[in-house]
Design a protein around this ligand. Structure first.
Ligand SMILES: [Zn+2]
Length: 304
């Protein structure tokens, strides 16, 4: 039985149940964004939000808060212990705007060593291991040199550890450029996902990636500034009808206060309570929904 490292230790992938494969629970983007929206730090609040998700039928979250976003693996473990939700932590560097200056001087090998350590030994000072590399981001207008190094390092660590990779690719077709770099560096596309594909409304972008053999994520569900959710649901239904069911992941990528229930938002359960009905309306069957939300992320997280 394949297991995945959660913040509370290894868990058989089949026990992950309903998975949201790209979320944030404890995150702080103030350094770059200079506002409080992306500052989620209150443990009791986040325990309440995850408990709300579990009550709605959720079981697992992949928490892709990494260097630059102020990850807190110990905090994630407390949330997991308090709620019973499985939480899988990411490792890596977010994107150029969030990189430390010292990354300019780090080689691909040094970056790889850091991620490798988080996966095999644990985050410094803890016994909590990362279960995924991501979200590894790039600028939407093109990959910066340091971002390229991070992607190349991830591909190397993936070959060594069999852990999956998730990216952050907004708006444009930059995911193709990410894929080119990852593929050239030897990444296994069976366990690699290009993120935020639903922030580019052109379905042909999704198709272009899928034809290359990589996973795509429609993980900006509920983010109406990117596109309407009915349109997202229709796009997913179209891609399923074209045979791509087994290469799609869905999530909400919640990283802001206004989306939390405590601040009047729909919370993490939005995917279950609001988006799944839209998928059904678009013609996606219950069996297909189960694959999208359970077996797909479980297969992806199992790694190699
Ligand atoms: Zn994210």
């Amino acid at each position: 039985m394949k297991k995945v490292e959660t913040v509370c230790g290894p868990v058989p992938v089949t026990e992950l149940g309903f998975v949201m494969p790209h979320e944030h629970l404890l995150i702080d983007t103030y350094d770059v964004r200079r506002n409080s929206e992306g500052v989620l730090l209150e443990l009791p609040t986040m325990i309440g939000e995850v408990a709300d998700y579990v009550r709605a039928g959720g079981r697992t979250m992949v928490e892709q808060t990494i260097y630059g976003l102020h990850p807190d693996p110990e905090g994630l473990r407390k949330i997991s212990e308090a709620t019973g939700a499985h939480i899988i932590a990411g490792t890596g560097f977010y994107h150029q705007q969030y990189y430390p200056e010292w990354l300019d001087h780090w080689s691909v090998a040094q970056i790889a060593e850091r991620m490798h350590g988080h996966i095999t030994k644990g985050f410094p000072g803890t016994n909590i291991k990362a279960g995924i590399m991501g979200e590894l981001g790039t600028h939407h207008r093109g990959v910066k040199p340091n971002e390229k190094k991070v992607l190349q390092a991830a591909a190397q660590v993936q070959r060594e550890t069999g852990r999956p990779i998730g990216t952050h690719a907004l708006f444009t077709e930059v995911g193709v450029e990410q894929l080119n770099i990852l593929e050239e560096a030897g990444a296994d596309l069976d366990i690699t996902v290009i993120g935020h594909c639903d922030t580019n409304r052109d379905l042909n972008y999704s198709r272009k990636l899928l034809h290359r053999g990589v996973w795509i994520a429609y993980d900006a569900v509920g983010q109406l500034d990117k596109q309407r959710d009915e349109r997202r649901a229709a796009s997913i239904a179209t891609l399923i009808s074209e045979g791509w069911l087994n290469r799609i992941l869905i999530s909400c990528d919640i990283a802001g206060r206004t989306r939390l229930t405590i601040h009047g938002g729909e919370g993490y359960k939005f995917l279950i309570t609001k988006f799944l009905p839209m998928l059904r309306n678009a013609g996606v069957t219950e069996e297909q929904i189960k694959i999208l939300t359970e077996s797909n992320p479980q297969t992806f997280l199992a790694g190699k």
